[in-house]
Design a protein around this ligand. Structure first.
Ligand code: C2E
Ligand code: CA
Ligand code: CA
Length: 543
């Protein structure tokens, strides 16, 4: 937008020369810079700091990154430098200077001194594998030997569904399983390769003598296969999977970069659907940067009031009347414009922001629905993570209490993801919500894992059949639609067909005993202020 108040000055004094913000200057520095408070809590970190410490560090204590860090006594114009080692034993010279108001700036420069000291070489008690420090020293040695085409590869490995095993079968079985995984990793590797466990279910393999990507990918694929085979432990049959990210060392990469690159590739492997491997490509770093930028924006979006809700109507097929609206989150990004929920909700789920955003959605949706006429229902999507945050019940009851919306006018839509881990607690929360009078729907039915089993575990009020089964044109999906509609009606649950776009689809779902319909045919998502006019329209023409 044009600034209409340009100062009328003939010459520019230094004060009128446009300056970039200090934040941008700090962002551009290639070494890590933090601002901390008197307790060491990180309140600002530039990009280099996030890169050096693998992610979002604001909110952590500097001690979490540099275990030996203590705040020295610095007076107003003093600076102090100390030598410190990071958790992965990298040496830094940290220079500390006061910023005033109880804040300090800490500037980190890599330092060679500590890395010359011998590195602890201990093994993991449980599995006997190398621990992080030992892995780092092997990586350093391997790095120093890289010559021409002969290189080495780093594989970052993460077990899929390990947490579920631990939660459902107990830690003793979880530990046994980790030992078995360690055995299989050892057997997948050649003598001389290093297998390490960095904690939890995170493993790393250093593969020697790698001349090309194919050689590294052969091992990655062997790991996916071996670790993914069935385990029988104390009479339990256990199926887990492994996702693997691979990075190969070149002349320019340092051990740290390699681990980070392999980890980035692992992230992509997991996003691609788990149980597979990915090799690092440089575009992955660019995507990471994009995600980080998006994450920074997302953190501010609530405070800057960039979220809004759209509402899509759903109809009762008995009398073709609108009986409620589903609240759908919209993000108006100042630069990118309208960012679709499928782009930012997965990110908000990854970093936990969805809990705060979800609470905002609940409150806003109840507030707006309280102004709607009659008994109109509002349906709100609840992310699996909101169940794990422990206070969902409180958030829902406070949204109802503060807005005055009666509980029976609120419907919560959950996906199968919510029922995957920690099912007992989720079921307790669902029961408590139902006791409040809130209705519960199973959303996106048919797209997940073992849908039918979940329907037995909890008496959902409604099943929403995913639009991929409604689209038609495929005998399988039509059979599934029919089966689910039958099952739902025999369990006393309503059935909503989602994504109905054509009259033919509507006819079919009527025949299949669906009770409700939602889709572009009967109404697109709309701004809240369009709702009164929409409700005054004549009913859906009888079809
Ligand atoms: P969903 O819960 O399955 O919501 C329905 C999505 O299908 C919406 O997309 C809606 O605009 C779209 N849709 C409705 N009718 C039709 C149709 O006839 N044809 C087609 N092609 N699409 C139709 P939207 O708004 O982009 O939302 C996408 C997803 O984002 C939602 O899928 C939901 O999983 C998630 N989401 C949206 N708002 C929230 C929220 O507040 N919290 C959480 N946790 N997730 C949300
Ligand atoms: Ca939904
Ligand atoms: Ca859905």
């Amino acid at each position: 937008m044009m600034n209409t108040q340009v100062p009328q000055v003939a010459t520019l004094s230094p004060r009128h020369i446009e300056q970039p913000s200090f934040g941008r200057i700090l962002q551009s520095l290639s070494h890590p810079v933090f601002a901390i408070d008197v307790n060491g809590l990180i309140v600002y970190a530039n990009t280099a700091a996030e890169v050096a410490f693998d992610g979002w560090v604001v909110g952590l204590n500097l001690r979490d990154l540099l275990p030996g860090f203590t705040l020295p006594n610095v007076t107003q114009f003093d600076r102090k430098s100390v030598l410190l080692a990071s958790k992965s034993n990298e040496a830094y010279e940290a220079t500390l200077a006061p910023l005033g108001d109880g804040f300090f700036v800490v500037d980190l420069r890599a330092h060679s001194k500590l890395s010359e000291t011998p590195i602890q070489t201990d093994l993991d008690d449980l599995t006997g594998l190398a621990k992080r420090n030992m892995l780092m020293s092997h990586l350093n040695v391997a790095r120093s030997r890289v010559l021409g085409a002969a290189s080495f590869a780093v594989h970052c490995i993460d077990l899929d569904r390990f947490k579920t095993v631990n939660d459902t079968l107990g830690h003793a079985i979880g530990d046994l399983l980790l030992k078995k995984v360690a055995d299989r990793l050892n057997s997948a590797c050649r003598k001389g390769d290093v297998v390490a466990r960095l904690g939890g279910d995170e493993f790393v393999v250093l593969q020697h003598d790698v001349t090309d990507t194919a050689a590294a990918e052969r091992l990655a694929s062997r790991i996916v296969d071996l670790v993914g085979r069935t385990y029988v432990l104390n009479g339990h049959t256990i199926n887990i999977g492994a996702s693997v990210g691979v990075a190969i060392c070149d002349e320019n990469s340092q051990p740290r970069d390699l681990l980070r690159n392999a980890d980035l590739a692992l992230y992509e492997a997991k996003r691609a659907g788990r149980g597979r491997y990915r090799s690092f490509e440089s575009s992955m770093s660019a995507r990471l940067q994009e995600r980080r930028d998006m994450e920074v924006d997302l953190r501010r979006a609530l405070a800057l009031k960039q979220f809004e809700l759209s509402y899509q109507p759903f109809l009762d097929l008995n009398d073709d009347t609108v009986i409620g609206f589903e609240a759908l989150l919209r993000w108006n990004h100042p630069v990118k414009g309208n960012v679709p929920p499928l782009q930012f909700i997965p990110l908000a789920e990854e970093n936990g922001l969805i809990v705060k955003i979800g609470a905002w959605v609940l409150h806003k949706a109840c507030m707006e629905a309280a102004t709607w006429p009659g008994e109109m229902i509002v349906a709100v999507n609840v992310s699996p993570l909101q169940f794990k945050a422990d206070n969902l019940l409180e958030t829902v009851s406070s949204a109802l209490a503060r807005t005055g919306l009666p509980a029976h006018r609120l419907e919560l839509e959950i996906t199968e993801g919510a029922l995957l881990d920690d099912t007992d607690n989720v079921l307790l929360t669902l029961t408590a919500l139902r006791d409040l009078g809130v209705k519960i729907s199973m959303d996106d039915f048919g797209t997940g894992y073992s849908s039918l089993a979940y329907l037995q575990k909890f008496p959902f009020n409604k099943i929403k059949i995913d639009r991929s089964f409604v689209a038609g044109g495929n005998a399988d999906s039509e059979a599934i639609l029919k089966a689910v509609a039958n099952l739902g009606s025999s369990l006393g649950m309503s059935i909503t067909a989602e994504g109905v776009e054509t009259v033919e689809q509507l006819k079919r779902i009527r025949n299949e005993r669906c009770t409700h319909v939602q889709g572009y045919l009967t109404g697109r998502p709309m701004r809240p202020d369009a709702i009164p006019a929409f409700l005054n329209q004549p009913l859906l023409a009888p079809l």
